[in-house]
Write a protein that binds this ligand. Structure first.
Ligand code: IMP
Ligand code: MG
Length: 179
């Protein structure tokens, strides 16, 4: 499945499996007696979410949102356009936002605030990957799969021009392909 555009595999299929199980166990502990709503951010989080929820051993609900950034004007505010909103109300619910990667943090900063404003009881963030070097706002991330260097990442849900989402590992692309 390897490809000439791939520079390096950063996280193997086995490493992902092990870490996702640990995150599921942690969430199971933290939410004892609760029934959280796991909110996946389309499309990148789909692969991670589908594996993660099977490692959570308490009752949960799932819902999805699709967003896109407004382009240049969003750089300062982080305001995002909602392409697909949640199907259910978050009022008085415990929400776990599941994301593929946190880069600048603007998308999740905006979404977290939005769900709090809509009346959620609690909003936590669970991301497969964290690229802290690129952060533009201070955002508290509750569950992190792997911290990775500032490279362009594909695989396990993450895409480059909509390709590579189905790769079972996380890899860095060669710079000449995205720079
Ligand atoms: P943020 O608002 O900058 O944190 O944007 C996060 C979003 O940008 C993620 O949900 C991804 O869709 C996308 N993204 C950021 N870095 C990468 C990457 O290295 N590969 C693929 N998508 C990325
Ligand atoms: Mg995304």
């Amino acid at each position: 499945m390897e490809d000439q555009m791939i520079k390096e595999i950063l996280v193997s299929e086995e490493q992902i499996k092990k870490r996702v199980k640990e995150l599921g166990e942690q969430i199971t502990k933290d939410y004892q007696g609760k029934e959280p709503v796991v909110v996946g951010i389309l499309k990148g989080a789909v692969v991670f979410l589908s594996d993660l929820i099977r490692e959570i051993k308490i009752p949960i609900h799932i819902d999805f949102m699709a967003v896109s950034s407004y382009g240049k004007s969003s750089i300062s505010t982080g305001e995002v356009r909602i392409i697909k909103d949640l199907d259910f109300s978050v009022e008085e619910k415990d929400i776990i936002i599941v994301e593929d990667i946190i880069d600048t943090g603007l998308t999740l900063g905006y979404l977290k605030e939005l769900l709090v404003k809509r009346g959620a009881d609690s909003v936590k963030i669970c991301t497969l990957l964290d690229k802290p070097e690129r952060r533009k706002i201070n955002i508290n991330v509750d569950y992190i799969g792997f911290t990775i260097p500032d490279e362009f990442i594909i695989g396990y849900g993450l895409d480059y021009n909509e390709k590579y989402r189905n790769y079972p590992f996380v890899a860095a692309l060669k710079e000449e392909y995205y720079k």
